[in-house]
Write a new protein. Sequence first.
Length: 276
Amino acid sequence: MIRRRKVFPSWAAAILVALLAFGPRSAVADTIRISGIGGAAETIRRLGEAFRKVRPDVRFVLLPSIGSEGAVKAVVAGDLDIGLCARPLTGEERAQGAVETWYARTPLAFGVNRSVKTSGLTLASVVEIYAGKRNYWEDGSRIRLILRPPTDSDAPVLKRMSPEMHVAVGSALRRVGMTVAMTDDDLANAIEKTPGAFGATTLALVLSEKRAIRLLALNGIVPSVRTLVDGSYPYSRTFFMVTRKHPPAAVRRFIDFVRSSAGASILAKNGQAAVQ
């Protein structure tokens, strides 16, 4: 993986290529085009499959990941019906006609390559890793920290963990030679393939995509839907569906399904707590 390599030249190019591949939207009356953050995509695909059992007339086109910002821009431009976003909209984005629906939370957790024997860390230990003060696992193998860009939605969550973590994350991003994964999937791939790798990911991604990543307990608490809901595991990432103010009826029905009890069950199986 190349530092700061982008999978696509721009969100617009990614949308264009995918739409050309799938053909014109007019071919099917009720087509819902979705893209955004990779960590939510597989669960949304499963929700779409369940929705189509009761509404087989609706077709889902799940496009390649373009991140939160790209998803919002594509929704505003009319190139997406639903954008998957890991942050609330800005005032400017709302003024442009975008609307967000908060539908799920998932634990933001620290994952390691399967070669790492450690089962858990304290937050103080995590701070040391990000600050560059701890560089080896207990068995003497090298810790390979995988980062996301400072503009990624994970960064604020990590920095809010503690004042020390805020400083350590900034320090890690400034160090020369660090591996920076541009997307959720890039980071997961890097952890899976790199011996000793360590990085922040989500329970949703690891469970829904069946990733070969081991999530660590933090301060003795295992990241799970149960510990997230009961408040014992306090660190989470939020998922929003972004649409225009007056989306088509099929889009509204799908959003209602995601927020239903049937949708909540699917979300829970994929590492997410539903937001009603």
